[in-house]
Design a binder for this molecule. Structure first.
Ligand code: CMC
Length: 361
């Protein structure tokens, strides 16, 4: 049978991240995810991921201010008419106006953009004017402030930082691969990031957490989980937030985000009945998947607890993919630069299985 998913193909060498699917371990440029999530700010993660890829990258002390100033710069590219599109498409349209380049300035604009544009889109569609970025705030704090219009508490900022760090890079996932393919043609960082966003928005990649919440809403109560999930699987549906191409055990990012949710809950910022429902659904789903697919280990992936954490942070569910892009954009840019600096044009072969012209048969 043809393997159309390239499961075992090694398509790049990278210093950026390693996804160990059988041990359930994620290494981010020499650090274990467990040692970063909940400790590092997103700016710290950027310093780690981007080190060595730009000669003029500000050092870790100056990077937060440089990113803050860039948030202010990209705010000039907000277009109110784009806000009528679904959020991820609106953000993609606005980002397409950032001129292509390979320099640090372009990279910082692309990193600032999903944060500034998502906040603008969410306010515009509520009939409110976008809020100007505060360049003195940290990236996570400014994201929450630009969306909500009030200075967020430190525990909510820490929760968003934990999320952004956790999703910042993850091997050669579909969006990162798309970024590397485009970068390998020397098209420029904006083109690479636009390709990546387009891959991210699909429900099998970054579009899953919204449907996780739809499922929780539809299930409604813990004692209905088993019956609801059984019926969904019987109809051939996939349970969102479960399964992964690489992990054959629990996705370590799910644990990092569950821990972030627990820390947020200690400050009273989480609906505990929602968490209890989710935990009941998770238990029922894992039991069901084990029974229905005994040959295919299917465990909880990052999107399940992403959904709960972003909901607790009051992010609208149709903007979850945009928040994913706010974090993953650092990884996309690092991979794109690594490809340009160390790689070649990516141009695999296909195997022709169509008809042969008569004269050649
Ligand atoms: N629910 C029910 N069955 C599933 C699921 C699921 N979530 N995931 C895989 N399967 C079944 C699938 O139907 C197939 O069964 P069969 O062999 O009987 O046809 C078998 O498991 C293998 O599936 P596959 O399509 O070969 O697996 P894959 O490696 O291509 O899929 C996946 C990986 C993430 C696309 C898939 O597990 C899935 O669709 N999950 C739900 C969507 C989701 O949560 N996506 C977020 C992924 S994590 C974010 C990221 O890192 O990008």
């Amino acid at each position: 049978m043809p393997n159309n998913g390239m499961d075992d193909v090694v398509a790049a060498e990278t210093v950026l991240s390693d996804v160990d699917g059988s041990a359930g371990r994620l290494i981010l440029r020499g650090y274990s995810l467990d040692d970063l999530a909940g400790v590092a700010r997103y700016e710290d993660m950027l310093s780690i991921l981007l080190a060595g890829f730009f000669p003029d990258l500000p050092d870790e002390k100056r990077l937060p201010a440089a990113l803050g100033a860039t948030r202010r710069d990209v705010a000039a590219l907000i277009r109110t008419d784009d806000a009528a599109l679904p959020p991820i498409e609106a953000v993609r349209a606005m980002m397409a106006r950032i001129p292509d380049g390979e320099d640090c300035e372009t990279a910082l604009k692309l990193i600032a953009a999903p944060a500034v544009f998502t906040a603008a889109v969410l306010r515009l569609r509520r009939g409110l004017a976008p809020l100007a970025p505060d360049e003195s705030a940290t990236h996570a704090a400014d994201i929450l402030r630009m969306i909500e219009g009030a200075t967020p508490g430190p525990e909510r900022v820490a929760a968003l930082d934990a999320y952004l760090v956790t999703v910042s890079d993850h091997g050669l996932n579909a969006s990162t691969f798309a970024a590397r393919v485009v970068a390998s043609t020397r098209a420029g960082l904006t083109s690479a990031v636009l390709a990546a966003i387009s891959a991210l928005k699909g429900p099998l990649h970054g579009g899953a957490p919204g449907p996780v919440l739809d499922a929780l809403d539809s299930i409604g109560a813990p004692d209905r989980a088993e019956e609801w999930l059984e019926s969904a699987v019987a109809q051939g549906e996939r349970l969102m937030g479960f399964g992964h191409r690489v992990y054959r055990v629990r996705d370590p990012r799910a644990d990092a985000l569950k821990a972030a949710l627990a820390r947020l809950a200690r400050s009273g910022g989480v609906d505990l009945s929602r968490v209890a429902l989710a935990e009941a659904v998770e238990r029922a789903a894992l039991t069901l998947l084990k029974r229905k697919k005994p040959d295919r280990p299917l465990d909880t992936n990052v999107e399940f607890y992403t959904a709960l954490l972003l909901e607790a942070l009051n992010m609208p569910r149709d903007a979850f993919t945009c928040v994913f892009a706010m974090g993953r954009v650092g990884g996309w840019i690092a991979h794109a630069r690594e490809q340009v600096l160390n790689g070649r044009l990516i141009r695999p072969k296909s195997r022709y299985i169509g008809p042969i012209p008569k004269e050649a048969a």
